[in-house]
Design a protein around this ligand. Structure first.
Ligand SMILES: [Zn+2]
Length: 133
């Protein structure tokens, strides 16, 4: 098994769609209310679109009204990485997939209790898997 972290950018380019590549590898942001999951209310789990790592559970998803899928916590803290992002004249906390380093979105501290966190995630960075009945 090769380490996914060491995947070359050309390989990512081949595997991902242009939209996924732009967000996951180039840290782009999809336009609000355009992604496929911002209003997805089905029960299930969300995985990294780059490598399949488990990231979020639908039971922590909430409607933040911002047009991006929002979660109050992650399935497993060890699966994500947080980084200070000072781009665009703002100081924000960037969220990345710990396994492949893919850019997911940002964390804000205006989420619902008990965590008070809002993981603001791009739809193209994640893949939804519906819960089995
Ligand atoms: Zn990943």
């Amino acid at each position: 098994m090769s380490n996914k972290k060491k995947k070359k950018e050309e390989e990512w380019k081949k595997e991902l769609t242009p939209e996924q590549y732009n967000v996951l590898r180039l840290k782009g942001t999809e336009k609000p209310f355009t992604g496929k999951y911002w209003d997805n209310e089905k029960e299930g789990i969300y995985k990294c679109a780059g490598c399949g790592t488990l990231l979020f559970d639908s039971n922590t998803k909430f409607d933040a009204g911002c047009g991006w899928p929002s979660f109050s916590s992650t399935i497993k803290e060890a699966n994500i990485e947080e980084k200070v992002d000072k781009s665009q004249n703002m100081v924000r906390t960037e969220v990345l997939c710990k396994n492949c380093g893919g850019h997911l979105g940002h964390i804000f501290d205006d989420g619902p209790q008990p965590t008070g966190l809002r993981f603001c995630i791009n739809s193209v960075s994640i893949d939804f898997e519906k819960k089995d009945e």
